[in-house]
Structure formats: structure tokens, C-alpha cells
Design a protein around this ligand. Structure first.
Ligand SMILES: C[S@@+](CC[C@H](N)C(=O)[O-])C[C@H]1O[C@@H](n2cnc3c(N)ncnc32)[C@H](O)[C@@H]1O
Length: 216
């Protein structure tokens, strides 16, 4: 495909995401968002949002049926601080990062990001499909302030090692110990119950303060 056609399709998708979903987010308030990338049926985020009414939560997933089920749970529980969006995670984040949303509206900010039981793509040639990638950390860094938290959990030992290394090699993120950044909330999702590959392992990465003038 010619590059300019690729760019134009991508721009159209970004514009559609902005038009369809941004009106559902409280962007005008400047409240930082809590995100789950690859939220599946929304088990975890529904429980998290119910327990944290002061936060506004957004769940993203590629699969329409999963988003529909997640939304039904939020509606039944009458959660006003939670929306689900059918979108590819990196594309949605790029749409958020492409400021300005509209005149006078602060740039969107993220407070907390969850990546839980994300598809491990065990074969090396498929690793490029893993959600946690250096480019994702770049985009997340552009959308966060120092101290924002990225919580990662997987039952796949190789993906755990890979994800830690991606974080360790990124200038804008650093691994934090459990004392500094305790796991914020426990709720077992269907995918966690089904986790067969091994014992779940978790880490939290914190957004570092960058040196003045540094860019991500
Ligand atoms: C194994 S499920 C885990 C769901 C949930 N986090 C949990 O713990 O129950 C992984 C989910 O990530 C979604 N997913 C995979 N790649 C994605 C991407 N690039 N953007 C958005 N969602 C993605 C899949 O559709 C799937 O629903």
C-alpha cells in the first residue's frame, strides 16, 4: 500500500475515534484517566471502577462482543465513572495524544494504566503483536506526568521477562518495588481464572521525572 494512502486511512481512523468516543470522556474537567488496555469482558475494570468512584476509567479492547458485555455490566451496576471503547490500544492512545481536543480543553492525561493477562504471543516472530512495546511506552509517557503508574500482570513467564526488559530500557519509566507501589486492587477476571501457563507475576512501573528539555 502506498505510504500516503496508509497515512490517510490512519488519519481517518484517528478522527473517527476522536469523534465517536471523546465526547464520552470527561476531558474538559482535566481529571486524569485510568485505563485498561485489552480489558476483555471488563471484569477487572468494572470492579475497580466500583471501588474507586473518584477515578474515571476507560477500558479498551479490539473485540466488539467483549466490549458489549463489559458495557452491560457497567450499565447494570450504574457506574457513571466507566466507559468501554472498541479500539486498538495504540491507535486510541495516539488519538488521545494528538492534541488539542478542542479549544480551552486541557490535554488528556492518564493517572494509571493496567495491562492484565495480555495475549502473550509466545512465538518470537509474533512478539511484535504484544501490547507492551517500546512505542507504547513512548505514547504513554507523552500522556502522563511523573508518578503515573503502569500495572502489568501475566501468567506467561517469557512475556513477563520481555515486558520488564522493555520497561528497564525505557528512559521515561522505572520499575517500582511493591513497597513503593503496592498493587492497587485485586479482582480475579475470567482470563485470570483460565490462566494456565503459570503463576501470575506482576510489576508496577512508574513514570519518571524527565530531565528539563528531555523529550520522550
Ligand atoms: C487474554 S484477554 C485479557 C482480558 C483482561 N485484561 C482480563 O484480565 O480479563 C486479552 C484481551 O486483549 C485484547 N487485545 C489484544 N491486543 C489488543 C490491542 N492491540 N488493543 C486492544 N485490545 C487488545 C484481546 O481482544 C483480549 O480481549
Amino acid at each position: 500500500m502506498p505510504l500516503d494512502l496508509y497515512d490517510s486511512i490512519r488519519d481517518q481512523r484517528l478522527a473517527a475515534l476522536r469523534a465517536e468516543f471523546f465526547p464520552r470522556l470527561p476531558l474538559a474537567t482535566g481529571v486524569p484517566l485510568t485505563l485498561e488496555l485489552g480489558c476483555g469482558h471488563g471484569h477487572y475494570l468494572n470492579a475497580y471502577a466500583a471501588a474507586h468512584p473518584e477515578e474515571f476509567c476507560v477500558g479498551l479492547d479490539l473485540i466488539a462482543d467483549r466490549i458489549a458485555r463489559a458495557e452491560r455490566k457497567a450499565t447494570r451496576a450504574r457506574l457513571a465513572n466507566l466507559v468501554f471503547v472498541q479500539a486498538e490500544a495504540a491507535l486510541f492512545l495516539n488519538a488521545l495524544a494528538a492534541a488539542p481536543v478542542s479549544a480551552g480543553v486541557p490535554a488528556p492525561r492518564l493517572r494509571r494504566i493496567f495491562v492484565l493477562f495480555s495475549d502473550p504471543w509466545p512465538k518470537r516472530r509474533h512478539w511484535k503483536h504484544r501490547v507492551l512495546q517500546p512505542a507504547l511506552l513512548d505514547t504513554l509517557a507523552a500522556l502522563t506526568e511523573a508518578g503515573a503508574a503502569l500495572h502489568f500482570r501475566t501468567d506467561h513467564p517469557d512475556y513477563f521477562t520481555f515486558a520488564r526488559e522493555v520497561v528497564e530500557q525505557h528512559a521515561a519509566w522505572r520499575l517500582a518495588g511493591a513497597e513503593e507501589a503496592p498493587w492497587p486492587f485485586e479482582h480475579v477476571s475470567v482470563f485470570e481464572e483460565r490462566a494456565l501457563a503459570g503463576v501470575p507475576q506482576s510489576f508496577t512501573a512508574l513514570r519518571s521525572a524527565l530531565a528539563p528539555g528531555a523529550t520522550v
